[in-house]
Design a protein around this ligand. Structure first.
Ligand SMILES: Cc1cc2nc3c(=O)[nH]c(=O)nc-3n(C[C@H](O)[C@H](O)[C@H](O)COP(=O)(O)O)c2cc1C
Length: 343
């Protein structure tokens, strides 16, 4: 099945990866190889996102921009302060003092980013962590943008369809990084991504992009056979030349002492899949996104700079063992074995 919605040559999508890995260079490289690229708008200042968009636009290819839908979780300040105390010894290792007062007003500049994307339209906008208001979806569609919502259950898929989006990213729990779940307090239950795609396909007629746990061309083929119109990969691009992944993260993905991934809310307060390192083993975390992201951010940055992989959020999907080095275009070509397109 072709990926008509995104209009790319291959039914392969370079998933948005905020926090560094998604770069303009990565987007260019995967687009040149025939895949559909995403820029990651999450965590980024609006003007920095605008600059990336204008660097990519002249390429004349389709591309998408991903945004985080603000979460409305209420934060228990006592629980938060207790977690700050629990994590402080980790920060001591880098000479840092954690702030026990939660950041409660961070909406990742949602309104500014939306205004940018309406003023300077892009081909595709995808959202994660929930659904925008129907009128925001309509405003994006009115300027010619296709809107995709990330979903993790058939129920979320129905809500997204009813909000008026053009297509869905169906993310299984094997995916690296944050779960797209609308409810950050929920721990996504283990389910095979292909089975999830097949379930969503039964009730939804929209185009579906499958994401989560892809470890090679066979997985791409399985997801297409399950009813996906395209397949998104994140982890398999993390070690490529054009990705902005940190040295510490790249090295950890290839380090044999990391043998598995785990779903954790220890780093940010929202479930995310990461290599199981010491920090994941020592802390269960709490439900308080993005306050916990802010609590641990400086510590994680310092640890990353120091090569202390034990205290970094090493986002990784279950396919991490197969993440190749070298040009991203080559990684895309390896995934796009001819057998992918016979379903
Ligand atoms: C380092 C990293 C950062 C991510 N950041 C985002 C993001 O900003 N927005 C988003 O919708 N998904 C994000 N994700 C999830 C991916 O978009 C995608 O769903 C996931 O990578 C697919 O699973 P895979 O990693 O097993 O290929 C991220 C994943 C990783 C590994």
């Amino acid at each position: 099945m072709a990926l008509a919605l995104l209009n790319s040559r291959l039914p392969i999508v370079a998933a948005p990866m905020a926090g560094g890995p998604s770069t303009v260079a990565l987007a260019r490289a995967v687009a040149s190889a025939g895949a559909f690229p995403f820029l990651a708008g999450g965590y980024k200042a609006t003007d920095a996102l605008a600059a990336e968009i204008e660097q990519l636009r002249p390429l004349g290819v389709g591309f998408g921009v991903n945004l985080f839908v603000p979460s409305r979780a209420t934060i228990d300040r006592t629980v938060f302060a207790a977690y700050a105390t629990e994590v402080q010894p980790e920060a001591d290792a880098h000479g840092l003092r954690l702030d026990p007062v939660p950041v409660v007003d961070d909406d990742d500049s949602w309104a500014d980013k939306l205004a940018l994307l309406i003023d300077r339209p892009v081909p595709v906008v995808s959202v994660t962590f929930g659904l925008p208001d129907r009128r925001d979806v309509a405003a994006l569609r009115a300027v010619g943008t296709r809107v995709l919502a990330s979903v993790t259950t058939p129920e979320e898929a129905i809500l997204a369809r009813d909000a008026g989006v053009d297509g869905l990213v169906v993310q299984g729990p094997d995916a690296g990084g944050h779960s797209a779940t609308f409810d950050g307090t929920r721990t996504p239950e283990p389910v095979d991504t292909a089975a999830l795609v097949a379930r969503v396909r039964r009730s939804i007629g929209l185009e579906l992009i499958a994401a989560g746990g892809v470890d090679g061309p066979d997985a791409v083929r399985r997801l297409l056979a399950a009813g996906a119109n395209g397949v998104a990969v994140g982890t398999l691009l993390l070690r490529t030349d054009e990705a902005g992944t940190s040295r510490t993260h790249r090295a950890a993905l290839a380090d044999p002492t990391f043998t598995e991934t785990a779903m954790t809310r220890a780093f940010t307060g929202r479930p995310a899949r990461a290599l199981r390192n010491g920090f994941v083993a020592r802390h269960r975390g709490i439900d308080a996104y993005p306050a916990v992201h802010h609590l641990t951010r400086e510590l994680r940055q310092a640890a990353s700079r120091a090569g202390d992989a034990d205290r970094v959020h090493l986002w990784a999907g279950t396919g991490f063992r197969n993440a190749p080095t070298g040009p991203a275009g080559e990684a895309i070509r390896q995934l796009a074995a001819p057998s992918c397109f016979t379903s």
